[in-house]
Design a protein around this ligand. Structure first.
Ligand code: FAD
Length: 732
């Protein structure tokens, strides 16, 4: 047995002999067992869970070598002999997060032999949301490919569902991990000796587990039935009675039911399993000299950033529509930004200045908003792998960081609530924060934080005795993500211009403790566009007093292709309700230009399935679509109105309420395009409900029209997806 040294990327060796401290149940044991822990995260969840595993590892006698999957120089799976644990989330249309893209591309190399990873033993935890069509697909892609390359699981794969609360699977999965690791390591320290016989099943309550690797149909959707065992594990246990003895108090108890701040039995009387307190590691130094804040764009963007003026804004819906849709035109003529129809791009957006000001006031830092922030790692921190957050630039003002760099609206994770509890001076508040971070308080956490969309400011306002240090918040607040939008124009039709379409997102106000708000990006864009929407908008004025057009920062996105087939004679089916219509306007404009330029060329049939609520209120691009029809660029337009009284129908056909109803009605034609004419089907818009319903409708259509079983039809649709003839661009 060789000794493993920290920093050894390959880890030819599994066991390290060290004396453990801090009262671990293994403190009499001299062995620390190493495993490699990799994560790929989009919004920070997978990273937070991997860090939690890393922190808990020591208490179980393990040492985790923690890296992001993108840090390829820090690990080497080809030579790795320690067990591998991977936590991976899912993004977009069932893709692995951006940080896993390169890794996935490399392992998907079809020239790799089937025993490439035969020496690897791994356990994988996938994160996802079952309201999306391809649940946990990021994890499933990696899991499947590792298997194909000969790696074997030492522990069942977990599929955690954000729709019902990730912790329902994450917590039992982590609890079961230690026994599985121990069995793997102790029985088989050398990779050569590892065998499939060492595979450990996940805890019996774990409905989100995937023992065989095969799809477990809708297993995840049964999570609601999951009953967690009595508290287990090593997390700090706090009983309500003990709390009083130790100077802590019960949370505020109310007769009128629980709320964000109040608790009711049995939770208010329960012993709590709360997460391990994450060691603080950031030291903040505020310097009074004003920072040079010339640029308004964040400095940590991954790709090239272009500052462009908004040259036009149009409200596409009537004032009485349920949602307001705006179209913005960006002037990209002075930049190198270029796009194809179907491309998406990022808008770099700030948090609302009033919310930032409110947060600064609540943190008693209103006078220091303009101070420059310098961060350093605490010299004596116990945080393993502590590093300065890469998304926080040095020397920018505190207000700049809260405005452009940190997602201050993010729903506080349980580890943050746990840390906030330490900074609440009133016992009832401390207890309630502990409850919300505890395993027993999961239902309340989901109800009053996750479902209500409560952010940090809501929590701090609800718990006035809580005064966290700034460093703690900078450690926990995730990076402010740019928002993606689909190009809604063709540069052939609008040279030097880029159009995009969005709904102004509005939410909140239902839960008493959570303020009514607009979406971070769409609220900001709507405010910027406001003057341009006025009849005497600055952009349309010609006098010398013309106000400068508002500018925004955009960045191209590298994503899965969602593009027109290179051969224009290929028939197309486009499904895009609401703002999902955006890329298809670009497609149709592009085809219009092609038709103009090559009048003799045959263009394939184009079907568009569009849906909205009311014919007269939110039928987007109504005139433009009619024009495309007249030109013959759009051959079949099928529109459904979900909230209008149904119009008289021929025969017994039920009225089409949604795009999927219209798809079913035209099933034979859709099937012909896809199965006989080698056509392409594009789907764009709401990922949560619509994309799933359309998927189901397509399976039904294929099954009926091709006369095959449901399962075969699912496989046919999956094959179309593989061939890139069924393309999705969906979002929530
Ligand atoms: P956020 O502030 O990010 O809020 C987003 C959602 O989070 C809200 O809808 C709400 O459900 C929830 N939420 C957040 N806070 C709370 C709270 N306090 N209470 C309750 N709920 C809350 N959108 C378009 O309109 N047009 C497009 O063309 C388009 N294309 C896209 C393409 C891609 C590839 C992707 C990934 C997304 C696309 N989107 C598109 C979605 C877009 O990126 C944004 O997510 C959307 O505009 C909302 O951004 P926001 O910052 O305004 O909202």
């Amino acid at each position: 047995m060789r000794a493993w040294a920290p920093g050894d990327p390959g880890g030819g060796v599994v066991l390290q002999h060290l004396r453990l401290s801090c009262g671990s149940p293994f403190s009499t044991c001299l062995e620390v067992m190493r495993f490699l822990l990799l994560y790929a995260t989009q919004q920070g969840q997978a990273k937070a869970i991997a860090e939690e595993i890393c922190e808990k590892a020591a208490a179980h006698g393990f040492s985790a070598d923690l890296h992001c999957l993108s840090e390829r120089e820090k690990y080497n799976l080809r030579t790795e002999t320690a067990p591998l644990v991977i936590v991976v989330s899912t993004t977009g249309t069932g893709e692995p997060p951006d940080t896993a893209r390169r890794f996935v591309k490399q392992i998907q190399d079809q020239t790799l032999p089937g025993d490439w990873f035969a020496h690897l033993r791994y356990g994988l935890l996938g994160l996802g949301d079952s309201e999306y069509t391809y649940f946990c697909n990021g994890g499933k892609i990696i899991d499947r490919r590792l298997q194909e390359l000969g790696a074997r699981r030492f522990y069942d794969t977990g599929h955690a569902d954000d729709c019902v609360g990730l912790e329902l699977v994450v917590e039992p999965w982590i609890d079961g991990l230690w026994a599985a690791l121990r069995k793997q390591l102790v029985s088989s320290p050398g990779a050569e000796e590892m065998s499939d016989g060492l595979h450990v099943a996940a805890p019996p309550t774990s409905l989100g587990m995937d023992p065989g690797g095969a799809e477990s149909p809708r297993l995840e959707s049964r999570l609601q039935l999951l009953h967690l065992d009595e508290p287990r594990g090593e997390d700090l246990r706090i009983s309500a009675r003990n709390a009083a003895n130790t100077g802590q108090a019960a949370a505020l108890i109310t007769d009128s039911g629980p709320s964000l701040t109040c608790s009711v039995p049995p939770l208010s009387q329960a012993a709590l399993n709360i997460p391990t307190l994450s060691p603080e590691y950031l030291q903040v130094h505020l310097q009074e000299s004003p920072s040079q804040e010339g640029s308004h764009m964040p400095v940590t963007s991954a790709g090239p950033v272009f500052q462009v003026p908004i040259s036009k804004a149009i409200q596409m819906t009537r004032d009485d529509a349920v949602k307001t849709t705006l179209l913005l035109e960006l002037d990209i003529s002075e930049t190198d930004f270029s796009y194809e129809p179907g491309d998406t791009f990022d808008v770099l957006c700030p948090n609302s200045s009033s919310e930032v000001q409110h947060l600064l006031r609540r943190l008693q830092l209103a006078d220091q908003g303009g101070h420059r922030v310098f961060l350093a790692l605490m010299a004596d921190t116990k945080k393993k792998g502590a590093a300065l957050p890469p998304h926080i630039p040095e020397g920018r003002s505190l207000r700049f960081l809260l405005t452009w760099c940190l997602e201050i609206r993010a729903i506080p994770k349980k580890v943050l609530l746990r840390a906030l509890a330490e900074h609440a001076s009133l016992g009832p508040e401390r207890r309630r924060l502990q409850e919300l971070s505890s395993r027993q308080g999961s239902a309340d956490y989901n109800r009053f934080l996750r479902d209500a969309g409560a952010g940090l400011l809501d929590v701090l306002l609800a718990f006035p005795s809580c005064h966290p240090p700034l460093g703690l918040l900078l450690e926990h607040l995730p990076r402010l993500q740019p928002r993606a939008y689909s190009c809604a124009s063709s540069s052939l039709c609008h040279p030097g211009k880029l159009h995009f379409l969005f709904n102004i997102v509005e939410f909140g106000g239902d839960a008493p403790a959570v303020a009514q708000r607009r979406g971070v990006c769409t609220g900001w864009l709507a405010a910027l566009a406001e003057p341009l929407l006025q009849p005497d908008a600055p952009a349309s004025r010609t006098d010398s007093r013309k106000a400068p057009a508002p500018q925004i920062s955009i960045s191209p996105r590298v994503t899965q292709p969602f593009q027109l087939p290179s051969d224009p004679s290929v028939p197309l089916v486009m499904v895009g309700p609401g703002t999902g219509l955006a890329p298809f306007i670009g497609f149709l404009q592009h085809r219009e230009k092609l038709q103009e330029q090559h009048p003799d060329r045959h263009l394939g049939a184009t079907w568009l399935f569009f849906g909205c609520r009311h014919k007269d209120r939110d039928y987007l691009f109504r005139e433009e679509l009619r024009r495309f029809q007249k030109l013959g660029v759009l051959t079949h337009l099928k529109v459904s109105f979900s909230r209008d009284a149904p119009e008289a129908q021929e025969g017994d056909t039920p009225p089409a309420k949604y795009v999927q109803d219209n798809l079913r009605r035209h099933g034979p034609q859709v099937a012909r395009v896809l199965l006989q004419e080698s056509g392409h089907l594009y789907l764009c818009g709401d990922a949560k409900n619509m994309a799933k319903d359309v998927n189901d409708a397509l399976v039904e259509i294929i099954s009926r029209e091709a006369g095959i079983e449901h399962l075969e039809a699912m496989k046919t649709l999956a094959a179309l997806r593989e061939e890139k003839r069924y393309l999705q661009d969906v979002w929530s």
